[in-house]
Design a protein around this ligand. Structure first.
Ligand code: PMV
Length: 348
């Protein structure tokens, strides 16, 4: 029997970052994180399940627009995740996965969060085993190895783990409609980052800044949750900018150090500060990559976008904002036409 399902899942931008895993296999974080789910930066994933199939096939549509067999570095974690989902459902069979991102992959815009959220939801639907609730969806998505995927199953403003500390649970602090925040992403480098977040999580405890940051986080988490509740951009912005710089301070002082920034990162940071001096409430945050997310209220977004897009080091901007979370669609990604691409590969 063959079944097909397609989901679109958004990326998210962390205001308080998950950085460091207590248990890498179970993806248990050292600290809670809070993020805003995005609207336009999304992954679309079509999964076809064949209960009598024997080999998975993974296709990825890259920035050139062609859907081709994914590189092993991309395909392996996907296959590992499909194995876990098959085991959970006590089934065999095989999957054909077709996936694409609406934004650069592996460049600090959380493509693993959106990609694994979409894959998890589409594969479970194809297996007729959809998660019962957001906690189950979150828990299964993050078992892919991407902790940030735990937050992409919900829309709006999301905390993982919640104050109970249980990493199997996720909490929506506010719906998207509560506060129309925008994220102008200044793309200063589209290429895949040199050091994975996974390596960053492993190295984080080697930094002398790791423990001091953990001590500061309870207060930062409270302030961010409060600022979201009160829709207070100044209060939110001050914390998220400090937090982002602190995270990169940890990364840069890890052993061996990780430098995600380039000259464009700094130029964008300086411009965000200069916009603030002109009275525009905009604040920067940066995930594990060089690209800068400028967070601001809707009314100043055009001015922020114009200023960042004009910078010589900014290749282009992505204009995004808070979104409602993943959804299913009947518009499937179709199979590549070339016959050699649809030949099954032998299992490794
Ligand atoms: O989900 P991962 O393993 O790609 O790690 C995400 C790390 C950050 O993006 C830097 C922070 C976060 O909480 O999203």
């Amino acid at each position: 029997m063959q079944v097909r399902a397609t989901f679109i899942a958004p990326s998210n931008i962390a205001f308080i970052k998950y950085w460091g895993t207590k248990d890498a296999d179970r993806v248990v974080p050292h600290n809670p994180s809070i993020s805003m789910t995005l609207r336009n930066c999304v992954s679309k994933c079509t999964v076809s399940y064949d209960s009598s199939g024997t080999a998975d096939q993974i296709f990825f549509r890259d920035q050139t627009g062609s859907l081709s067999r994914a590189e092993p570095s991309f395909a392996r974690p996907v296959e590992r995740h499909l194995d876990q989902l098959r085991r959970r459902c006590g089934t065999g069979g095989s999957f054909v996965v077709r996936t694409e991102n609406s934004f650069p992959t592996g460049a600090g815009i959380a493509s693993s969060a959106s990609g694994f959220a979409a894959l998890t939801l589409a594969a479970l639907k194809a297996l007729d085993s959809s998660p019962k609730n957001a906690n189950e969806a979150s828990s299964l998505a993050r078992r892919s190895g991407s902790g940030s995927a735990a937050r992409s199953v919900l829309g709006g403003y999301v905390r993982w783990p919640p104050s109970s500390g249980d990493p199997e649970r996720v909490e929506q602090l506010a719906k998207a409609s509560h506060w129309d925040l925008r994220d102008v992403v200044a793309i200063v480098d589209e290429s895949h980052k040199g050091v994975s977040s996974r390596a960053g999580h492993e190295r984080a405890p080697t930094s002398p800044r790791f423990s001091p940051r953990l001590k500061d986080l309870p207060e930062r988490l409270t302030r961010v949750a409060d600022a979201i509740r009160k829709r207070d951009i100044e209060k939110l912005g001050e914390v998220i900018e400090t937090e982002a710089i602190d995270l990169h301070h940890v990364a840069m002082s890890s052993r061996p150090p990780i430098y995600y920034w380039n000259a464009g990162t700094l130029e964008t940071l300086w411009t965000v500060r200069s916009l603030r001096r002109q009275g525009i409430p905009v604040y920067a945050t940066i995930d594990a990559g060089p690209n800068v997310h400028a967070i601001c209220p809707a009314e100043v977004e055009p001015a922020v976008n114009d200023a960042l897009a004009a910078l010589p080091t900014v290749r282009r901007t992505l204009r995004d904002g808070v979104g409602d979370g993943p959804y299913e669609t009947s518009e499937h990604l179709e199979a590549p036409e070339s016959p050699e691409l649809i030949e099954p590969v032998e299992p490794a």
